[in-house]
Design a protein. Structure first.
Length: 196
């Protein structure tokens, strides 16, 4: 019975966040996206030593890192990747610009898959992580229900620093959590930076 209650709570929170995001205008979401990118860019010390960073993007209700952040972080000398989906897994591929992207089956941007651009999970130094909701208490992440990020982040080869990237309206006091659910080490929104 407890598991049923937890699953229902997750379902209800997902529905609530989706409805709240749907009510926000596209222009407001773009303004918030620009603010999120600015917060990322200004994080002291984060971008000084280039590495490999995983990005995401393409869904209306999540921060736009492709338009507002990808070109900037490339200029800082960072290698950038996006995940392709090969069910049930996420596969990281290097991308250099929007021309390296295509819409995936779920509507998000995915890399145009070229075998020579595949990146090993252990090469990632930073993963900018999407989610529908994040706990302000401990960084617990509630995804969209497919489990893709939870499976990828559970891979023992993944040692990357994980930063949740979301809008402030996606932050909740707590988020229901199961043993397989991943957490982020930090969370950035258009308003603030949280460290867990």
């Amino acid at each position: 019975m407890e598991e049923d209650t937890l699953l229902w709570t997750k379902f209800a929170l997902r529905r609530s966040i989706r409805e709240r995001l749907k009510a926000v205008s596209g222009s407001q979401l773009q303004e918030w996206s620009a603010d999120v990118a600015s917060c990322l860019q200004k994080k002291e010390g984060l971008w000084q030593a280039p590495g490999t960073v995983a990005l995401f993007g393409g869904l209306r209700d999540e921060p736009d890192l492709i338009s507002y952040f990808l070109p900037w972080v490339r200029r800082q000398g960072w290698r950038t990747v996006l995940f392709g989906i090969r069910a049930p897994d996420l596969l990281p591929y290097e991308v250099t610009c929007s021309a390296d992207l295509e819409r995936g089956a779920l509507g998000a941007w995915e890399p145009v898959r070229r075998p020579q651009h595949e990146v090993a999970a252990g090469e990632l130094s930073l993963i900018l992580t999407p989610g529908l909701a994040f706990s302000e208490a401990d960084g617990t992440r509630l995804g969209r229900g497919g489990g893709y990020y939870d499976r990828f982040l559970a891979n023992p080869a993944v040692k990357a620093r994980r930063i949740g990237v979301a809008f402030e309206m996606q932050v909740a006091p707590t988020v229901p959590c199961e043993p397989h659910d991943s957490r982020v080490h930090e969370l950035v929104t258009e308003k603030m930076w949280r460290v867990f």
